[in-house]
Each structure stands twice: as structure tokens, then as C-alpha cells.
Design a protein around this ligand. Structure first.
Ligand SMILES: [Fe+2]
Length: 292
């Protein structure tokens, strides 16, 4: 066999790691070795730099648990989470595009009646979101589930607010004609956590650490593929520099400012409010399977 030189080392490692019965794992390991060695050959780290990297990875792992996931945050800011999401959601044009779920979804949100308010007692500008849930063929989808979560008007999610009761989340259902109406407050732009290893890295750059204001939605219906996505507020100053690359053009929505008066759910408000209109378009599950 050939003994190791700087030149032949990558080939030796690739050859050694060919002996893997699982073809998928073999493909993963061959690609990983190629890219990892390519990366190291490209940057030619000093020993000190290499140990700085090892220390950073170690601290990132140690910071992560079921409440704080610094590894996922790193994947997010590297655009890897959105790339994996895109690869797994190649939807036909016209279907509502997906974005990453993010770390703030909590299962089993309270069911709220059509037109109801999921932001009772929360600070922020009253906001009504209204539209329809439809199939790609244009047919309305009745009884679709719209699972929403977002920040309040001060930029906090439930897990950050630390409330006992559900905060800024709820499950709504579309009506027989596919329509939905709900009341919330306008979300605001927020920073990713900057007190960890990812923040440490971002702080050494001129990269924005902000996410533009958005409302998270997971829209599901029997026979259709679930869409996990966000609606973004048009005009937000961070819309073009979202730190996790979540913004897709069809998801940018107008938050139309309305004077005090009658709201889309029939309430009369004494203060100005926003109305957001969005039609969710879902792909049929059978078609999704055939395409896959
Ligand atoms: Fe979010």
C-alpha cells in the first residue's frame, strides 16, 4: 500500500471509507471526506486555528439541549436549513412555498373559533389575517387546519415570554368555502440569540442578525401536503437580509393599515389596525407522492 503524503492523503481516506455496506452512508461519507479535505486544503489552517475551530464546535454542542439548539441555529445562519427545506419541498408553481419551521413552534396550540383572537392581552397593533385555503386546482378546502405562532408586538415568542398559558399561538380552521379570518397583533422583527457561539461568530462580521417581522403558519388538510411557512410584512427593513434566508417573494404580504372601524371579523375597533390578505394554495398529497 501507499504510505501517507500530503498529496495522497485524501485519496487514501476515500479508499478506506469505501468499504461501507449501506450505499447511502457510503455516498454521504465519500462526499463528506471530499468536501472536508477540500475545505482544509483551501484554508490551510494553523494548528492554533484548528484548535479554535474544535473549541467552537465543542462549545456549540455543549450549549445545545431540548430548549436551546445552537447547532440548528448555526445550520440556519449558514443557509443549510433553508437548502434542506427547499430540496424536500420542490412544489409546483402556484403552490404556497415553504420556509423553515424554526425553533419556536409548540404543538397542541389552543383551537380558536373562526374570526377569534389569538393575541388576547398581548401588546401590539391589532392585525386581521384573512383569505382562503385552496387546492392547486382552485377548489376551496374546507376544514383545513391553520396552526399559527408568532412574536407579540414586543418581539417575544411564548418560550421567551415564559407564560403558563399559551401565548401568541392558536389553531384555526377554514370554513366550508375555504375562507379563514383571524385576529392577532402585528409581529415585529427580532434578533437571533446573540449570547451563544453563533452570536459570537456573527458579531465578528457585518452580517445582520435580524429576522424581518413574520407570522408562522403550518397549513394542513386531509388529502393535501402540509405547508410550513411564514408570511412576512412587506416594507420591513430586514426583508432582504433575513439572517436565516427564509424570505421567498410570494410570502411577502402587505399589512394594510386601516382606520378605526369595522374589522374583517365583524368587530368594531376604536383604534387603527392592519389587514393582511393571503390565499394558501396546497398541493394534493397523491400528486406530491407521484412527483417524489
Ligand atoms: Fe419566527
Amino acid at each position: 500500500m501507499a504510505y501517507v503524503t500530503e498529496e495522497n492523503l485524501t485519496d487514501l481516506v476515500l479508499k478506506r471509507w469505501q468499504d461501507i455496506p449501506d450505499p447511502r452512508l457510503k455516498k454521504v461519507m465519500q462526499s463528506l471526506i471530499k468536501h472536508l479535505h477540500g475545505f482544509v486544503r483551501d484554508i490551510e489552517p494553523t494548528n492554533a486555528e484548528w484548535f479554535t475551530a474544535i473549541d467552537w464546535i465543542t462549545r456549540t454542542g455543549k450549549m445545545s439541549d431540548n430548549k436551546r439548539q445552537e447547532v440548528i441555529l448555526f445550520s440556519d445562519v449558514m443557509g443549510v436549513s433553508m437548502l434542506v427545506d427547499a430540496i424536500n419541498n420542490r412544489l409546483p408553481s402556484g403552490a404556497t412555498p415553504t420556509t423553515v419551521e424554526g425553533p419556536f413552534h409548540i404543538a397542541d396550540a389552543p383551537e380558536i373559533a373562526h374570526g377569534g383572537n389569538m393575541a388576547k392581552g398581548a401588546p401590539g397593533i391589532p392585525t386581521f389575517v384573512t383569505g382562503t385555503v385552496r387546492g392547486l386546482d382552485g377548489k376551496p378546502i374546507a376544514n383545513a387546519t391553520l396552526d399559527l405562532w408568532q412574536t407579540d408586538g414586543e418581539g417575544l415568542y411564548e418560550s421567551q415570554k415564559g407564560t403558563e398559558e399559551p401565548w401568541m399561538r392558536g389553531i384555526f380552521r377554514s370554513q366550508a368555502d375555504g375562507s379563514y379570518v383571524l385576529r392577532t397583533v402585528a409581529p415585529i422583527a427580532y434578533t437571533i440569540p446573540m449570547d451563544g457561539t453563533v452570536g459570537e461568530l456573527v458579531a465578528k462580521t457585518n452580517v445582520s442578525h435580524m429576522r424581518p417581522a413574520h407570522i408562522h403558519f403550518a397549513v394542513s388538510a386531509a388529502g393535501y401536503r402540509t405547508v410550513t411557512t411564514h408570511l412576512f410584512q412587506k416594507g420591513d427593513q430586514y426583508i432582504e437580509t433575513d439572517v436565516v434566508y427564509g424570505v421567498k417573494e410570494p410570502l411577502i404580504t402587505e399589512f394594510k393599515k386601516m382606520p378605526p372601524g369595522k374589522a374583517p371579523n365583524g368587530e368594531t375597533l376604536k383604534e387603527p389596525f392592519y389587514v393582511v390578505h393571503y390565499d394558501f394554495v396546497l398541493q394534493q398529497a397523491a400528486k406530491a407522492q407521484a412527483a417524489a
